[in-house]
Write a protein that binds this ligand. Structure first.
Ligand code: GRF
Length: 223
């Protein structure tokens, strides 16, 4: 079975990376992680990759004069590693337009809210401030504007009274660890595809509309 060669971009703890590493151990899983790049030296995520014998590279954005220059080196490194699909997993840098165009429809991100609600930083504080009763996480294809792009999959969790940013973040993170492996499987297996900027499930497009309306008018029983 040919697996999709996947590169992961991280900046820190790497718990989503670890969830993807675990998923990739299943023989029938359609992706393999062949390379991990961190823009921050010495982070825990790099140790997760090294423990799994995955090649890593640290490319610090601080060593480059511009976002474009940093991104160009990241793209070259990913290409040298033979990467076909890129997954951001807690990668805390915006991408240049060139980077996004290069990896168009071959680049996923996970965000800890139900997009398009609550994009950007301090997500859980935003959710609590708004008084939302449901939050969750989203895996989407990357587009130039931060936290936008065709949605592959989402998972919802409740916001409980008394939640703090940390307690909500922990509940969402547990959902992320299930969602990202699921979403990567959908994309790597080819079960889903971007069409007109939405993600279409190719296993379901041929389903027929129900032959009878869901809410039928009462039958005239001839009274
Ligand atoms: C996750 O909540 C992810 O959604 C967000 O940053 C966090 C990264 O966590 N973009 P980890 O590094 O995967 O543990």
């Amino acid at each position: 079975m040919t697996k999709v060669r996947t590169g992961i971009l991280i900046s820190g703890r790497g718990s989503n990376l670890q969830a993807l590493i675990e998923a990739c151990k299943t023989p029938a899983y359609p992706a393999e992680i062949v390379f991990v790049v961190s823009n921050v030296p010495g982070v825990l995520g790099l140790a997760h990759a090294e423990d799994a014998a995955i090649p890593t590279r640290t490319i610090s954005h601080k060593d480059f004069p511009s976002r474009q220059a940093f991104d160009a080196v990241v793209t070259e490194a990913l290409k040298e590693a033979g990467v076909d699909l890129v997954c951001n997993a807690g990668f805390m840098r915006l991408h240049s337009e060139d980077f996004v165009r290069h990896w168009w429809n071959r680049h996923l991100n996970i965000h800890p809210s139900l997009l398009p609600a609550f994009p950007g930083l301090n997500t859980h504080a935003q959710v609590l401030e708004a008084g939302a009763k449901i939050s969750g996480c989203t895996v989407h294809f990357v587009r130039p504007k931060m936290d936008t792009g065709p949605i592959v999959a989402q998972a919802a969790v409740p916001v409980l009274s008394g939640d703090t940013g940390d307690s909500l973040a922990g509940r969402v993170l547990a959902a992320e660890h299930c969602l990202y492996p699921h979403a990567l499987r959908l994309v790597a297996s080819g079960e889903v595809r971007v069409e007109r900027e939405t993600v279409v499930d190719l296993t379901r497009v041929k389903e027929q509309a129900p032959q009878t309306p869901l809410f039928s008018p009462p039958l005239d029983e001839g009274l």
